[in-house]
Design a protein around this ligand. Sequence first.
Ligand code: AHG
Ligand code: MN
Ligand code: MN
Length: 316
Amino acid sequence: MPLTLNNIAKQGEHGSTMMPVIQGVGRAAIEIAAVLRGAVFRGALGGAGSENVQGEQQQLLDVLSDEIFLDEMRSTGFVCAVGSEEQEELLVIEEYSHADYLVLVDPLDGSSNLDVDGPVGTIFSIVKRKTANADRPHVSDTLQSGREVIAAGYVLYGPSTMLVCSVGEGVDGYTFNPSTARFELSHGNMRIPETGGYYSVNESNADQWADNMGAKLENLKAETGLGMRYVGAMVADMHRTILKGGVFLYPADSKNTTGKLRLLYEAIPMGFIMEQAGGKSMSSDGVAVLDLQPEALHQRVPVYLGSTTKVDILLG
Ligand code: AHG
Ligand code: MN
Ligand code: MN
């Protein structure tokens, strides 16, 4: 009998409380995957004609994925609020405003890949509220460092749909099995290799990078001879990095002076997964991603995530 997401309940101190929330992520993933596969027939590709708080053009599927995810978090009964890339403010789930957990989410990551049928993802992390259950959840409940994250993970919508997650007891990958219509364990105890792999970065920004990152990357290439792969969706680039080794990076540059990726729902969840898989997750000035103290819901940071030896060579 293959292991399903129920397997999470047996994992460590938090597995039993995190299982129903991650099962909610799984339900959302199945719905989002179905919507993605039929989007072209529903005229659901393309822009929503609106900007998100990031000042980025929202895709129709960004908005739809956000609605599906929120609805499934509500259906768990354990989530009091959601902080989403697609919502300027914290979204309180009124019927469950007394519940214990908050979820941070990038409902659709890599959405620039949608109209070219490229891989996209969903990224999430789960934290326990700091405010009293009788109080109303507050954005300050989300501003917790990665060291306080209870569970995190991502969904990769590729040739198959995978849900990769951790409750602090290592990383497991579950693949959606169409014949049983559920996620089944396919990649138990994922560990990033220290040898081989690729460097993964949008090198077209190299001449604008801060922190002398152009020279540092050239040194990494010279010292390791790594090949390069870049999909342009963090979830896909990170999933390959965990399976094959190497380093994924998005430095600060003249356009994104504090980095492009968002701390709360991209860098922290992915940094948590990377550390749980035996890798390293760094931001700028020698500070680990998970040690950063968030100050705002949509704050951006530089990220350098991957095999410990490769990250150490890169950052020197
Ligand atoms: P999102 O689609 O959620 O806004 O995220 C896009 C991010 C991330 O997925 C990816 O690593 C990065 O943007 C790619 O940026 P460039 O297109 O500038 O390389
Ligand atoms: Mn994203
Ligand atoms: Mn997104």
